[in-house]
Design a protein around this ligand. Structure first.
Ligand code: ATP
Ligand code: MG
Length: 430
């Protein structure tokens, strides 16, 4: 997991805008991304339509309990809200100000965020941390947890007022750290039409040349509008300049990579895949029976060497959605679930009306529905929690619900609206 703090003590330079939209674009590029809000203003929740009054566990509770014994600790997953596929948020509320106030004297306070994030190291490819507009305990915690920092710098009309302060931030961060910290300066609110904007960008390049992101973020009102609708730009306007800039930034960051990180991640994925293959090969026969569904293609004996593509194919053949002679077969992977139900357009999004049957292998659940031709949206409700089908890449997207103000749901609860825009899984029956 690459942990990137978004920091600048100047208020309004775009920290939250960058955090939200970069996270959404990394997620869109297929990177599992966690955004942690370390600003008591709670603007990430606001900008992503997470209702503050429904936040029961925020990052504050997680950090406050992190100093306790094992039994007292609160898992960060309890604070997490799913925003889109691959994009989770651990939100902040005004309570976070207490952390700064009460914990500053505690010797471990600055390390707590880092140790909390280390517990989800394997779950995410990126953790982004939105910082408040001052350098206190919260920003210091973010910088201690991060191995990279992005410093958005305002190149817009009001930037002259704060430019020297923003530059000081970069210098201060650079001088304070002992461990390596990759610094990137990101020009934001750039207006190419103004002479001032062009001059400031040139000045930044002159001063910070190699630290500058090659991407800069143009001034784009769609970014502001999206935030007021509670939507990242990926949902609000994928045709906008703001979208294009953030996709470019996400790709620049992914391409920059972490030198040692890439091979270890690949190795880990390869290991996981190999283990999965063994499991699937062992369970494929009892799943479908002799001469049964896909028998011919899953006939490979357990233990035989298999190619990467073959493993992927097998995973896809077993789990997911497909049309059969008897109807549409949904097969969900949920090895440790007690109960899985299927909810979708076809049953009025009832979380209980269509219970699925456990597979003989114990690794998943199945349901066969007599659906006619059409386009269906669905989710699995696994032990009461809504989730999309991880073996089906077809999801509803913004084109289905342009500008829809989508409600969010917490990972560990069921508040849900059948009309929410994403990420329902989708299937089309011909
Ligand atoms: N590239 C941009 N184009 C247009 N508006 C932008 C852009 N970047 C940020 N804004 C707008 O500028 C305002 C301040 O941005 P934002 O809240 O992201 O700054 P911030 O650094 O997080 O502020 P704070 O320091 O208060 O946390 C917001 O209204 C936001 O929508
Ligand atoms: Mg902010």
């Amino acid at each position: 997991m690459r942990t990137i703090a978004i920091a600048n003590q100047k208020g309004g330079c775009g920290k939250t805008t960058v955090s939200i939209n970069l996270a959404a674009c990394l997620a869109r590029e297929g990177r599992r991304t966690l955004l942690v809000d370390m600003d008591p203003q709670g603007h990430c929740a606001l900008g992503l339509a997470v209702p503050e009054d429904q936040i029961e566990v925020s990052i504050y509770e997680v950090l406050a309990a992190a100093g306790g014994t094992n039994g007292d600790r609160i898992d960060i997953s309890r604070s997490i809200w799913q925003i889109t596929a691959n994009f989770d948020l651990s939100p902040a509320t005004t309570a976070l100000a207490q952390f700064e106030r009460d914990m500053s004297s505690k010797p471990d306070s600055e390390e707590r965020l880092g140790s909390v994030l280390s517990t989800v190291n394997d779950k995410y490819d990126f953790a982004l941390i939105d910082c408040p507009p001052h350098i206190g305990l919260l920003t210091r915690s973010a910088l201690a947890a991060a191995s990279e920092v992005i410093i958005p710098v305002d190149t817009g009309y009001f930037s002259l007022q704060g430019l020297s302060k923003q530059i000081e931030t970069v210098e201060a961060i650079r001088s304070r750290r002992e461990q390596p910290l990759e610094i990137r300066v990101l020009a934001n609110l750039y207006d190419v039409r103004t002479k001032l904007g062009r001059e400031i960008l040139n000045e930044l390049k002159r001063k910070f040349g190699p630290l500058m992101c090659s991407t800069f973020i143009n001034f784009n009102t769609k970014l502001r509008e999206g935030a007021s609708f509670g939507q990242p730009i990926t949902e609000y306007d994928p045709g906008s300049m703001g979208f294009r800039d953030f996709v470019r930034l996400a790709r620049e960051l992914v391409a920059a990579g972490g030198p040692e990180m890439v091979p270890t991640t690949l190795l880990r994925q390869a290991d996981e895949l190999a283990a999965k293959a063994q499991e699937l090969l062992a369970t494929s026969r009892p799943l479908f029976g002799k001469g049964g569904f896909e028998e011919g293609r899953i006939a490979q004996a357990a233990g035989e060497p298999v190619s990467h593509e073959a493993i992927q194919q097998k995973i896809e053949q077993i789990y997911g959605v497909r049309k059969t002679d008897e109807g549409v077969l949904f097969v969900a992977e949920a090895p440790s679930a007690r109960q899985v139900c299927l909810a979708g357009d076809f049953n009025g999004w009832s979380p209980t009306a269509t219970p699925m049957q456990r597979l003989e292998s114990g690794q998943g659940f199945r349901a066969m529905l007599p659906l006619g031709p059409g386009r269906y949206r669905y989710r699995y409700v696994v032990d009461g929690q809504w989730g999309m089908d991880q073996h089906n890449n077809m999801m509803t997207d913004e084109r289905d619900h342009p500008h829809f103000h989508s409600p969010r749901w917490r990972r560990d609860s069921v508040p849900f609206s059948s009309a929410s825009s994403s990420p329902d899984s989708r299937c089309e029956i011909g």
